[in-house]
Design a protein around this ligand. Sequence first.
Ligand SMILES: Nc1ncnc2c1ncn2[C@@H]1O[C@H](COP(=O)(O)OP(=O)(O)O)[C@@H](O)[C@H]1O
Ligand SMILES: [Mg+2]
Length: 256
Amino acid sequence: MVVVELLLEITDLAVEVNEKEILSDIDLYIGEGETHVLLGPNGSGKSTLFMSILGFPKYKITRGEIIFKGEDITNLSTTERVRMGVGVSFQNPPAIRGVRLNDLLKIEHHETDEELSPEMMKMVTKLKFDEKFLERDVNLGFSGGEVKRSEILQLLAQEPDFIMFDEPDSGVDIENVELLAEEINILLDKDKKPGLREKSGLLITHLGYILNFVNAEIAHVLMDGQIACSGSPNEILEHVRKEGFKGCVECCNPIH
Ligand SMILES: Nc1ncnc2c1ncn2[C@@H]1O[C@H](COP(=O)(O)OP(=O)(O)O)[C@@H](O)[C@H]1O
Ligand SMILES: [Mg+2]
């Protein structure tokens, strides 16, 4: 039997935003090398869970705990969590006026030379950017697709151990979803056999489109701030497509 080490352990989590409880009773256990999917209708709390795991101060944890790599990170800052190996791709990251993408990538990849390393330039080209694009301020005037590709490029530079993607497929055309999925698969060690993968992920998707290209072990459906169902991604998706989220949850036998 293969024993999977737990990388992220969330127990009995409740989260408030502006004094309103948005999430409650969240239990989520992600093993080393696993990819989990978080599905759910708009407003169900997917991004709130993402921000809570990342540790944004506005998302107040009122109950429960988050353990990462065996350490309680419930009260750690976002900076400390990122240093421990948490990486994210935001759904709508802000523009950073005055910071060139090139300079951000150098910081993220720990480079000090004026020019980006050949290793990074290879990834830049693969994601359909060029040197001229790298001179632009981060996300300033980027198209929807460019924002998503830039988020993935930055993750490739950081090489985090646990990566959360908040709707990487929303607002992106088919061709670019396939390209993003290819890179997400690299980030999550999908080129290695399941037992040998070291990277884990939480993939948030509203419609599940990206799952045509990225394999995941378990899917969870979030409804009204609670995990209402967990199970095989394909089965859950099929159900959601036929019956909607409500129908799916009504017939669900949660696995935990
Ligand atoms: N910063 C915030 N201030 C107030 N309410 C918020 C904030 N962020 C999220 N919410 C509320 O929390 C609920 C869940 O939102 P969200 O996590 O963005 O859902 P999802 O990502 O599943 O669409 C919604 O009712 C939303 O209005
Ligand atoms: Mg969201």
